[in-house]
Each structure stands twice: as C-alpha cells, then as structure tokens.
Design a binder for this molecule. Structure first.
Ligand SMILES: NC(=O)c1ccc[n+]([C@@H]2O[C@H](COP(=O)([O-])OP(=O)(O)OC[C@H]3O[C@@H](n4cnc5c(N)ncnc54)[C@H](O)[C@@H]3O)[C@@H](O)[C@H]2O)c1
Length: 259
C-alpha cells in the first residue's frame, strides 16, 4: 500500500472528486478525515471507506469559515496525532458573463476556492512545520492554466490556487513540506452535470453540443476525465518519494491542455 499509516484531510470529500480521492487514499492505507459542508455526505463517504475496511472520520466544515477549518484540522491532530497530507478540494461553479456577474457570486466562488485553500493551508502548515513536514495538495483545474468564457470567478480562483501552491512549495521546502496542484479537465460530477444545461441556455446550443463542442472539443479522444484518473494522480503525488515534483501543476485532461 502506497500511503500506509499516513494521515490525510480532504475538503469537499462528501461526493465527486474529493470522495473518489478519499476512498483511494484509504485503500492505500491512509486514515482519512472527510470534510464537507454537508454532514450527511461526509458521513456517506466515511461509511463507504469503513465498509471497505478503511479508517475515516467525518468533519462538518465550511472551508470559508476560519474557526471551522482551524477546529477541523485540530480535531484530526488530536485524534490521530498529526497531519501528513491536506487536500484543498472543495469547490463550486458559477456560470455568467463578466458584465452580468453579481459581486456576491464573484465573492462566493473566490471564497470557497481561494479563501478555503488558504485557510486549510495555514492550519495544516502549522502542524506540518511543527512535526516532520507533509504534503499540501490543491484541486486546481485546466482553468488554473487557461480560461473559458462564462466562468470568470472560477478561472480567477483556480489561477490563484496555482499561485498559492507555488508559494507554499517555496516556503514549505525548509520545513519538509511539498506542494502540488492537480489540474483536471471535465469530470462528470454533480458540479459539471449542473453546468451543462446552464451553458446550453447561455450559449444557445443543445446540451449534447455543450459536451461535444465546449467541454470535450479539445481532448484527443473525446473522453471525459474520470474520477479514477484524478484519484490515481492524487495517490501518486501524495506517495511520491521526494520533493522533485514540488510546486508543479499536473494536468489530467485527456490532452485538452498540454504544458
Ligand atoms: N468536475 C470537474 O470537471 C472538475 C474539473 C476540474 C476541477 N474540479 C474541481 O474539483 C473539485 C471538486 O469538484 P467536483 O466536481 O467533485 O464537485 P462536486 O460538486 O461533486 O463536489 C464538491 C463538494 O464540495 C463541497 N463543498 C462546496 N462548498 C463547500 C464549502 N464551502 N465547504 C466545504 N465543502 C464544500 C460540496 O458539498 C461537495 O461535496 C472542485 O474544486 C472543482 O473545482 C472539478
């Protein structure tokens, strides 16, 4: 097992990509704290991990709430003794052109991705620096590296997370902390299912055209990125035996974006 005895915390792990990574980490031997806004969905991920023989705890956490993030990280350390891997994964999407975008919607998307990533990073680093280091992971996106129309706050937030990841790689090195950002293409999770009809309406095209002409147009094989694709990369990064990949963004997009 590649993550035996490691302690991990993943935000937004109640469903979608975060859940798939939580289950993959647990299969590889990690104990996993499953943090989510939704207590029910965090509990469902924990139940699935335990049913498969793994160890997990549920944390109800809004990643934009400073006290909740501090308390959640502290609970992991109090329960399991330390924190080795933290993944800032919680995310939301909002579809609107910039000229029609409400300030409140801009702020909400930025807060969940960027404030959330900062708050988790700060809380995790305090424990990692005091111990023997660790690994910070960020769930970026191809939108950390390029833009699409109608997603300005998401694109801005994901570019910001790339900057945070790089800053942490520089600052964390002397404390034994590595930092990586995973940049997936489109994965068919609830976050993506919701935006297919929204984009169809905004662009005046069919839902099938949103899939083939917008989402998968630039892939080499016309395929969605899968949960398994992303989870395997997360395990690989978390288990990587040296700091050789620190500060790197890893694109997982079936060729949509090549860097
Ligand atoms: N699905 C994709 O195509 C895709 C592609 C690239 C990147 N991503 C990123 O992957 C991450 C996960 O996305 P997903 O597709 O699995 O989405 P999802 O909507 O299926 O899951 C997101 C999870 O985050 C939780 N969440 C939302 N706001 C939160 C908050 N304030 N505090 C705590 N938890 C919160 C939700 O409850 C949910 O369980 C996001 O950061 C997203 O931007 C997704």
């Amino acid at each position: 097992m590649r993550l035996e005895n490691r302690i991990a915390l993943i935000t937004g792990a109640g469903r979608g990509i975060g859940r798939a990574i939580a289950e993959a980490f647990a299969r590889e031997g990690a104990r996993v704290a499953v943090a989510d806004l939704s207590a029910d969905s965090a509990g469902e991920t924990v139940a699935a991990i335990e049913a498969a023989g793994g160890t997990a705890m549920a944390l109800t956490m809004d990643v934009t709430d400073e006290q909740a993030v501090e308390a959640g990280v502290q609970r992991v350390v109090d329960t399991w003794g330390r924190l080795d891997i933290a993944l800032a994964n919680a995310g939301i999407q909002h579809i609107d052109p910039v000229d029609k975008l409400d300030f409140a919607d801009w702020r909400k998307v930025i807060a969940v991705h960027l404030d959330g990533a900062f708050l988790l990073t700060r809380a995790a680093l305090r424990h990692m620096y005091a111990g023997s280091g660790g690994t910070m992971l960020y769930m970026g996106s191809v939108h950390s590296l390029e833009a699409s129309p109608l997603k300005a706050p998401y694109v801005a937030a994901k570019h910001g997370m790339l900057g945070l990841c790089r800053a942490v790689a520089k600052e964390g090195a002397e404390h034994g902390v590595r930092s990586h950002i995973i940049c997936p293409g489109f994965v068919r999770t609830p976050l993506v299912e919701k935006q297919i009809p929204e984009q169809a309406k905004e662009l005046g095209i069919s839902e099938q055209e949103v899939i083939s002409k917008v989402m998968l147009k630039n892939t080499v094989d016309g395929q969605f990125t899968t949960l398994e694709d992303v989870a395997e990369v997360a395990v690989h990064l978390a288990a990587f035996p040296s700091a050789a990949l620190t500060g790197q963004s890893i694109v997982v997009s079936h060729g949509w974006h090549m860097q």
